[in-house]
Design a protein around this ligand. Structure first.
Ligand code: A2P
Length: 279
């Protein structure tokens, strides 16, 4: 229920882009929140930008459309605004989200990312996804799609970890050149959940530079981190279940960072990921 409430607070606050996935197991709550806000007359469906994701066990081309249809059924929506390949590696298809062998090792699956992409293109043609993109792709994986013979649609976006401690300068430049929007996940430095986060990298929001710059503008380190990303053209998808912080993270359009401050923050880059995706 916390997701339902948070999405409703977010929509009331003014957020329109909602980043979801089947593997977050809360798409039913996200869909309910969107539908309730439409029924209230607060928004129309076309005001919302919902991003869904194709999980690793669903890469075989024949699974792509049925998987998106399952997401749509859970959301009770007719289309997603963006559908993305969540990760460039495929796992064995089946009910297990992390299929493992008897030694606890992930069971991978041989698929062709280009064939998966063609199935994504078919979803767009069928009107089930307005746009299609990727996530956690490096330059070589993007090039593989971009250079695919007969490519019908380029990925519109690549969702990757991006924040002041992991600024992705090279990938950002490559994507800029190819008109691919970078959507930055963990823009606040994650929840530091040790089960999936590399907590040896220090907490982003405690950073002295972010806090000092925030003081100047009467903003928090979180607001400075988000502002930094949007000012360099990176879309941010901060996560919060807390109404006050949901609102705080939206108050970033009434100030701007100087070029010098942007450079100072860029210099914080440690080239270290919080989300290592070791599988
Ligand atoms: P909470 O849900 O309790 O607000 P990221 O977006 O980088 O994944 O970070 C999410 C984490 O940051 C969550 O633990 C969230 O906790 C916390 N968080 C979200 N907004 C703020 C904020 N404005 N200040 C401090 N922590 C925040």
């Amino acid at each position: 229920g916390s997701c339902l409430e948070s999405v409703k607070v977010a929509i009331d606050t003014g957020y329109r882009h909602i980043d979801g996935a089947f593997v977050y197991y809360n798409e039913h709550e996200v869909g309910q929140a969107i539908r309730e806000k439409i029924a209230e007359g607060r928004i129309k469906r076309e005001d919302i930008f919902y991003c869904g994701k194709l999980w690793n066990t669903c890469h075989p081309p024949e699974l792509v459309r049925p998987t998106l249809e399952k997401t749509l059924k859970i959301l009770q929506l007719d289309y997603v605004d963006l559908y993305i390949i969540e990760l460039p590696m495929a796992f064995k298809p089946g009910d297990a989200i992390y299929p493992k062998d008897e030694n606890g090792k992930i069971i991978y699956h041989k698929t062709d990312l280009c064939a998966t992409w063609e199935a994504m293109e078919a979803c767009k043609d069928a009107g089930l996804a307005k746009s299609i993109g990727v996530s956690n792709f490096n330059r070589r994986q993007l090039e593989m799609i971009l250079n695919k013979p007969g490519l019908k649609y380029k990925p519109v976006s690549n969702q990757v970890e991006c924040h002041p401690y992991f600024t992705q300068p090279k990938l950002l430049e490559f994507c800029r050149q190819h008109d691919i929007v970078i959507v930055g996940y963990s823009p606040l430095g994650t929840s530091r959940d040790e089960t999936w986060v590399n907590v040896s990298s220090p907490p982003l929001l405690k950073d002295p530079v972010l806090n000092a710059i925030g003081k100047k503008y009467n903003k928090t380190a979180a607001q400075v981190a988000l502002r930094f990303s949007i000012q360099r053209g990176v879309v941010v998808i901060p996560k919060s279940f807390n109404p006050q912080r949901i609102r705080e993270n939206f108050q970033i359009f009434d100030f701007s960072l100087t070029e010098k401050e942007m450079k100072e923050i860029e210099a914080l880059n440690k080239n270290v990921r919080y989300v290592e995706l070791l599988m």
